[in-house]
Structures are given as structure tokens and as C-alpha cells.
Write a protein that binds this ligand. Sequence first.
Ligand SMILES: [Fe+2]
Ligand SMILES: [Fe+2]
Length: 253
Amino acid sequence: MRILYLGDIVGEATINVLKNNLDSIKREYGINLVLANAENVSGGLGLTEKHYKELKSLGIAGFSMGNHTYSKSEIKEYINNATICRPANLNTEYGKDVLYVKYNDKKIAIVNMLGRVYSNTPLDCPFKTMDRLLNEIDADKIIVDFHGDATSEKKAFLYEFAGKVDAIIGTHTHVQTADEEVYKNTCYITDIGMNGPYDSVIGDDIDSIVKRFRTGVYERASVAKSEYYRINGVILDLDTNNKITRINLKVRV
Ligand SMILES: [Fe+2]
Ligand SMILES: [Fe+2]
């Protein structure tokens, strides 16, 4: 089974970029199933129902989120019936902690976990939450999107759960790392990167972010506009011998 997992989709303009490019990528790489992180779609923060439906219509089967899961509060109204998993260690009644997606006769469990290092959100322990979920999950394959800043936390999570899940892929930094590996048959990468404007500060408008750093004054930045876009993610071949391959493309709108 060959899965394309796309990194954080940043800004609604990226939906159009994916619309223009996803089919050819799927054909070129022989992709069976597409999954994505969707925490930054709507104006760079959160996911409206409209944008969720647009991404679904592109054939993306399931979505994980992150620290911006509830940035658009309307998600509370539709998340329970959507193919979205919320961070499993964020204790709330809105959304599910495991998303099951089917491909042929195989059942894939997707888990989203938030890192606690540098996080100001009250969170349960990701390690203990994963212990609990492993007792509950009934699936052929398990993929964990570990959404966090610290490389150490993600790497420790790999060593703790290697051999127990099929993939641990990092998100949140929006910058793809080159440390993909397979350890005890668990695919791992610290960050799969982002899908969004190429010339940007992790998706946001360059001038606004430079100004923020120069003045020390926080003003909300908008998603950057760019001639080119990044398409970042990984291909996960989940069979007897699991395999991970990075995807890092520069495309026009
Ligand atoms: Fe993000
Ligand atoms: Fe994030």
C-alpha cells in the first residue's frame, strides 16, 4: 500500500495548487491513498468546513491537525462527522483521537499527537496517551503524525514506539528534514514539511514576519503570496518491509 502523506497545508490558495498538481503526482508515484495535515488551511490557522470539503473533493482521504485544530471554532460543529483526527493528547469532546481510513481490505489508523516541548497548551503526556491507544486500536496499519517543535521529543517517541506502529512522521515546523529512516520497521522523519507558498517564512508573508522580529511587536501576519509553491510530504510504502521516501517539489500555482 503506497500512501502519500502531505505536510501542513498552509493557506486556502494551496488548495488550488493541490487541485492542479495532485492527480499527476498520484499517477507519477503510483499513490493508493492520500492523507494530509490540515491545521493551517483557512487563512493559515485552522480549517473551515468549506475548505475541508474542497480538500476532500481532491481525494484526500484523511486529515490530521495540530496546535491550530480549533482556530476556526466552526470545526467543533463538524469535526465529529469528518475524516479528521484531533490531537489525541488534547483532552476534549470535539473530534476523535483515532481516525480509521480503509484502503481495499486494509484498515489504517491515524493518530495525531501534540508535542509538549515549547507548547503552551495543556496536554496529556503523548507517550502515555500512545500506550493507551495501542491497547484500543484495531487496525492493520498505524500512522502517527507527531506535531511538535522539538526534534528530541519526536526522536524519543520513535525509540519508544518503534515496532509498534508503522510510521511516525513529524509536522509543525513546516520545514522538511532529511533524516528519514526505518527503525524496527517503523518509518520515521522529524518533519515532512509544508504545502504552501515557496517564498515565505514557513508560509507567512516575509515582510510582516521580518517586521515582527525587528520591532518585537506581534502583529498577525497573513499567508504569503508566491509565484511558486512547495509540495512537501512523504510516501509511505506500508507492506511487509515498510519504506519512507521524501517528496519535495517546487510547482507553479
Ligand atoms: Fe502548521
Ligand atoms: Fe502547528
